[in-house]
Ligand binder design. Sequence first.
Ligand code: GDP
Ligand code: MG
Length: 296
Amino acid sequence: SQDYVGFDTITQQMERKFLKRGFNFNVILVGESGMGKSTLVNSIFSSHLVDSQGRRTAQEVIRKTTEISPVTQTLEENGVRVRLTIIDTPGFGDQCNNEGCWVPVIKYIKDQHAAYLERELKPQRDRVINDTRVHACLYFLNPGSRGLRPLDVEVLKRLTEVTNVIPVIAKSDSMTVEERTVFKRRIKEELVFHRIAVYPYPSEEDGEEDRLLNSSIRDLVPFAVVGSEEIIDVNGTPVRGRRHGWGVINIFDETHSDFVHLRNFMLRTHLSDLIEVTSQRHYEQFRTSQLRQIKE
Ligand code: GDP
Ligand code: MG
């Protein structure tokens, strides 16, 4: 079924002990408001984890624009349990003047590192530390822009220093196939130009297979995504899609959207790597700098 997400394939990547206990996977959403962040996440996880604009109560609208709100839900597929936390952030460009709008996001990510470090350094250390560290950041690019805007550059530079950033082109059904190709190429060039290191990073340790896989992923970045929470009947077949003047776009259709690639990448092929890299690269960097400060 299309609703099957496939994170249970992680059994091939992780220790049994770890799997039995269940594990945390924390994803933060960053980008302008109205870019389809909530919709995409609900599309990826086939459930309504966060309310998207359509049916938000007045109360929630107020909440959404002012604070970072993590929502945790336990998902289970074939005996593999993931405690998934989606951290929705206030959209850039609405309430705050864009200057410094990334500060609370970076602070949130660092705070989780700090909390983990504190628990790690406790004399009576917990056997298992509840991991709230952010494992991935989906960064939403506006399809209406020509490429990276100065704000994107500013925010991406800071985000990539503290977490694994996965850029996506929001609402890519608003572009033609040619426009999308041009936009993707442009973003790739600009990321290189500004020395912004997005996930996955090149690694010496990678074998031939990983290298091929990662290079095919890098070709796709930024993932051009389309999200939908609607099931549309197309000649008797239920399709998760969006209605357009020319017909219905099926978000699972790989010729129209990188949605399936993104989902497989995040939840099947790279789930354990995202968790490992968070610990070995981002957390380690934070830890080292904190411990150095204590010594000085
Ligand atoms: P958020 O503020 O970034 O969380 O955006 P929402 O998920 O609340 O979506 C904002 C609006 O955009 C809603 O009306 C969605 O139905 C619509 N939307 C979401 N994803 C897409 C998409 O991929 N394509 C198009 N055309 N519209 C979308
Ligand atoms: Mg939202």
